[in-house]
Ligand binder design. Structure first.
Ligand code: HEC
Ligand code: HEC
Length: 214
């Protein structure tokens, strides 16, 4: 039997040989690893192989507009977006990403087919959500979401896609914008969300989850 230290050297050698191959590497600090490899070997653990996240704890990234994904990854990397789940999960993961990797990741997700929307059974909630999405809440000067996010919630320029997003995640983010400064790049959304009641938030979140987008 080989002495333990020899086995260890062999084992360590095997691991670093794996990392030296950028096509199979999970090394988030190696600028040679391509965005596609990172997306499929690291990000996939939470966001799904093609950006369709099964668990509502993790946002869907599939079909997201690229400038938005780029901005969020840079926000996590710079530690400016600091809502609790953001810093807990995304700060460490984004710390060593290069600008080129970030652009590549954003392009990867933008090219993936968007999720099929999850139906919401509560008709009253959907109708109320649709009204907010399409016309806002006039009495409280809340603007229509469609004006920035697209009439089907498909995203518009740098305004993020909302269609098909998990309602739980949408609720969480609307409350972050409304009640905290944890997403400093979201100052527009702070104004938008300011006057929404908790019921408004839940209604509009259910509605966007049910939208197929374009
Ligand atoms: C261990 C789980 C986990 C892994 C792995 C992970 N993420 Fe995330 N990611 C999250 C969570 C949780 C959030 C939601 C953060 C929040 O609520 O602010 C998130 C949010 C995001 C967002 C913001 C989405 C939005 O709609 O604003 C982007 C973009 C993102 N992740 C990209 C990535 C990329 C790219 C990778 C791989 C380098 C990755 N994530 C790996 C858990 C993960
Ligand atoms: C004036 C333009 C504008 C309007 C109107 C608007 N939004 Fe936004 N929204 C934005 C911008 C810009 C962002 C990105 C903020 C950031 O980068 O942090 C955003 C982000 C969001 C996010 C976070 C998405 C994610 O993946 O984390 C949600 C949820 C959201 N908006 C919901 C809504 C809802 C619901 C309405 C209608 C009540 C609405 N927005 C109206 C501009 C707008």
């Amino acid at each position: 039997m080989k002495p333990l230290h020899v086995l260890l050297i062999v084992a360590v050698g095997a691991v670093s040989a794996g990392c030296a191959n950028p096509e199979r590497s999970r090394d988030l600090a190696n600028p040679a690893v391509t965005a596609t490899t990172l997306a499929q070997q690291v990000c996939s653990n939470c966001h799904g192989l093609t950006g369709q996240a099964v668990s509502p704890n993790f946002p869907n990234l599939a079909g997201q507009v690229a400038p938005y994904t780029t901005a969020q990854l840079k926000g996590f990397r710079a530690q400016s977006r600091h809502d609790p789940a953001g810093f807990e999960y995304m700060w460490g993961l984004s710390r060593h990403l290069t600008d080129a990797q970030i652009d590549g990741l954003a392009a990867y997700y933008a090219a993936q087919p968007p999720v099929a929307p999850t139906p919401v059974a509560d008709r009253t909630r959907l109708d109320a959500g649709k009204a907010i999405f399409e016309t806002g809440v006039v009495a409280k000067a809340v603007p229509a979401c469609a004006g920035c996010h697209g009439d089907q919630g498909q995203g518009l320029a740098a305004f993020p896609r909302l269609a098909g997003q998990h309602a739980d995640y949408v609720v969480k983010q609307l409350l972050v914008f409304q009640r905290t400064d944890e997403r400093p790049e979201g100052s527009i959304m702070k104004t938008v969300a300011h006057e929404l009641s908790e019921q408004n938030v839940r209604d509009v979140a259910a509605y966007v989850q049910s939208l197929p987008g374009l």
